[in-house]
Design a protein around this ligand. Structure first.
Ligand code: COA
Length: 242
């Protein structure tokens, strides 16, 4: 694995740890982070030793304060190579990862930060977490899938309110809105994510990935088609064991 600068990627006891690592800029998401995240996600996807992954932010103040405003709306470098990197479908890759993904969220969780969290399957927040989608106030719309993932998680009306008003939401409200699964103390954030990961990693990886696929893909299907998907995946699972 390449030596990264703005992402820390570690593997320990079947768990992949992905840390957004620009604490001096509240882990703002820049082009370099995008490129490194892409490589890490591709590595996780193809690594049977990673049964589950935890995403977190470095430093005390933020999971991620959104897109890097110093690169914001500036034309990327004109070189074709850089453009190609910019066009990488990091979010499509994120959402195609078969392993369960857990987001451990603290401090500022803004813009891309929410969107990264929404690409994960389970979100745990600490009491100090604050969520916001400032994009519309900046004259843009979410670009990391948030306009699609947020309503699927929090519902249409809540997603519209969050995106159209850009108002910030504290951890307890995020929990009520189903944006996060649970809220814990700051000190208990990583241990809680690890408890979940340790539970999950003991299960059959194929069963986990099929359960994830049945729910995430099924949500975009009619009930009838979703039930067909479930039955098909169940048959594949049984066949894989004979
Ligand atoms: N892009 C680039 N740098 C960022 C950043 C971002 N999105 N968010 C924070 N930073 C940097 C600040 O420039 C500052 O750097 P400096 O110490 O070199 O001056 C450092 O992180 C700390 O942030 P600061 O603004 O001093 O902290 P604060 O507590 O006063 O405010 C926020 C925190 C999150 C309210 C504020 O930083 C903010 O509004 N950030 C932008 C959020 C945003 O609009 N994101 C884009 C979403 S699309």
């Amino acid at each position: 694995m390449a030596n990264f600068e703005v992402i820390i990627y570690e593997k320990k006891d079947d768990i992949g740890y992905v840390t957004l690592n620009r604490p001096q800029a509240l882990n703002a998401y820049n082009l370099q982070m995008r490129d490194e995240l892409y490589q890490v996600l591709a590595a996780i996807k193809d690594d049977p030793e990673v049964k589950v992954a935890i995403f977190k932010g470095a430093g005390e103040r933020a999971f991620c304060a959104g897109a890097d405003l110093t690169e914001f709306l500036t034309a990327p470098s004109p070189t074709i190579a850089r453009q190609a990197r910019w066009q990488r479908d990091v979010w499509g890759l994120f959402l195609s990862i078969p392993q369960p993904l857990i987001a451990a969220l603290h401090g500022y969780v803004l813009g891309d930060g929410i969107e990264i969290a929404l690409c994960c399957d389970i979100r745990v927040a600490s009491e100090d977490a604050q969520f916001g989608a400032p994009e519309t106030g900046l004259g843009i719309i979410p670009a990391a899938g948030g306009s699609q993932t947020l309503p699927r998680v929090a519902g249409r009306a809540q997603a519209l309110e969050i995106l159209l008003t850009g108002r910030w939401i504290k951890a307890e409200e995020a929990h009520r809105l189903k944006l996060v699964n649970q809220v814990v103390s700051r000190g208990d954030l990583l241990p809680t994510a690890e408890r979940l990961a340790n539970k999950i990693k003991g299960y059959d990886p194929l069963a986990l990935s099929y359960a994830k696929k049945a729910i995430t893909r099924g949500l975009d299907l009619s009930l009838e088609r979703g039930l067909e998907l479930e039955a098909r995946l169940g048959e594949y699972l049984l066949a894989s064991r004979t």
